[in-house]
Design a binder for this molecule. Structure first.
Ligand code: ZN
Length: 478
């Protein structure tokens, strides 16, 4: 009689279900139990994860087994094959080569002929193969999905508000009239110039049901189930090309088969098939709405990000100064530290007018830039000006000489007039160039002061409680 206390670990994933009976729970169970009986081992417990993917170890029964190992109740683990343990080869190897030995666990993968008490040379190789298999499966599933998407088949599960899956073909969408009327209303409001925020307010006031309320019985919606519209939802509806009858898929992806994180794809990677289902919104109307709301959004973003946002610090406590949202058309600063602990009198408010400060800072920057620019410009431009002036002088000399030649009848009148005309034109061109150079408007470029430039130029700005301003430039400040 041996003293092994055996844990049998059984896992069936959704992919395995498709593979058929050979991987089934019953099958794994009977194989493992037969093995125990033949070898006269003690069964401590059986751990069965049904429907869990092998690509991570976040499985309840697996965790329970690990707990029993930690408690010293188990000293041997048996699975049908190594891929039952896990399909991620790094983690699987970690268990086989580090974790199990460290806990004095003998591990056996029956059909892989692996017994860690004998020899485990083949384990890493097998683990890599399992990892490859999982990758391959997830790639195959993805490829199959893409093919369907390119064929204009809806494979996204829950369709956007206004549509439902065709009862006779789940890859085809048909209009859900009740929902579609809400979509139409949203587009109508947008065409009238209402912002996403205003539309949201309107729908909430009118108690128009949200997708999650309408679909509550279907229980598949991820949206907030409270029946309250939010601005993001409105934006998503107004920018969703699906409403024009085009199928837009592959907007997002799982990062890879090991991680469940969702990534949003670039628009260029979207799979778009035109006119696969009935439109709720005409293409023209959609275009119009998107022109409007995208413009509004742009101007709003520009407005929200103030020129000096994030650069302002309180001199006294070194915390950030926030730019408050405008009240009565005036924008004020406030020390964050003061704002959070105003009762404790840790700092003072520093509530100065932001717009005045911005104007002041812009002026300082312009002066600073002018200093640098004029310095350099004089050196460069003087050379250029000298060169031009010399050229003009030479040509004028030539003109004079030619005039004398003509007087002395060395050239005829026709040639004189031709060359005279040519030289005069050249002189005129040079003189214009010279004038331009001398009159360069030094303020022209500086008018372009924008946030990008500010962030490059300024490291940060400290404001004293008595309104003194220290600007820390990113370049030498002397
Ligand atoms: Zn402060």
């Amino acid at each position: 009689m041996n003293n092994y206390q055996v844990a049998l670990y059984i896992r069936l994933s959704k992919e395995d279900e498709k593979a058929g009976e050979s991987e089934s729970i019953t099958n794994q169970k009977s194989l493992l139990l037969r093995y125990l009986k033949e070898n006269n081992y003690n069964l401590y417990d059986m751990y069965v994860d049904d429907g869990y993917s092998g690509t991570n170890f976040d499985r309840p029964e697996f965790k329970r087994m690990i707990k029993d190992i930690e408690l010293g109740k188990v000293n041997m683990v048996v699975t049908k094959d190594m891929s039952r343990l896990g399909r991620d080869h790094i983690e699987t190897c970690l268990y086989i080569e580090k974790y199990f030995p460290a806990h004095n666990i003998r591990y056996i993968a029956l059909t892989d002929n692996l017994d860690t008490s004998i020899d485990n040379d083949i384990a890493p190789f097998k683990a890599i193969m399992n990892d490859y298999y999982a990758k391959d499966i997830s790639k195959k599933i993805k490829t199959a999905l893409r093919t369907k998407q390119r064929d204009g088949k809806w494979v996204g599960g829950c369709p956007p508000l206004g549509y439902m899956q065709d009862k006779s073909d789940k890859n085809h969408l048909v209009i859900n009239q009740e929902e579609a009327s809400i979509v139409k209303l949203i587009f109508d409001l947008a065409i009238k110039g209402k912002s996403c925020y205003q539309i949201k307010e309107y729908l909430n006031k009118k108690k128009i049901p949200t997708a999650s309320i309408l679909r509550g019985s279907r229980g598949r919606s991820n949206l907030a189930s409270l029946g309250i519209w939010n601005t993001k939802t409105i934006w998503n509806i107004l920018t969703n090309r699906m409403y024009t009858g085009d199928l837009v898929q592959n907007k997002r992806n799982k990062l890879n088969y090991k991680i469940k994180k969702i990534v949003y794809n670039l628009e260029s990677d979207w799979i778009i098939v035109p006119d696969t289902h009935d439109a709720i919104i005409s293409k023209e109307e959609f275009e119009e709405v998107n022109n409007i709301i995208k413009k509004v959004k742009r101007s709003k973003i520009n407005h929200e990000k103030r020129l000096l946002d994030g650069l302002l610090l309180c001199f006294e406590c070194k915390h950030k100064l926030s730019i408050c949202s405008p009240r009565n058309n005036k924008t004020y600063l406030v020390c964050n530290y003061y704002r959070m602990y105003s009762k404790n009198k840790v700092c003072t408010s520093h509530a100065f007018n932001y717009d005045n400060l911005e104007l002041e800072i812009i002026k300082i920057i312009k002066d600073k830039l002018n200093e640098i620019k004029i310095d350099k410009k004089i050196k460069i431009d003087n050379k250029e000006i000298e060169k031009l002036e010399l050229e003009i002088k030479t040509k004028k000399n030539n003109l004079d000489k030619m005039y004398i030649d003509k007087l002395e009848d060395k050239i005829d009148i026709e040639m004189y007039e031709r060359i005279n005309k040519k030289l005069n034109m050249e002189i005129k061109g040079l003189e214009e160039k010279l004038l331009k150079l001398k009159n360069i408007d030094t303020n022209k470029e500086i008018d372009l002061i924008n946030r990008d430039l500010i962030v490059r130029l300024i490291d940060h700005i400290e404001i004293h409680k008595d309104k003194v301003v220290d600007i820390y430039f990113n370049f030498c400040n002397h």
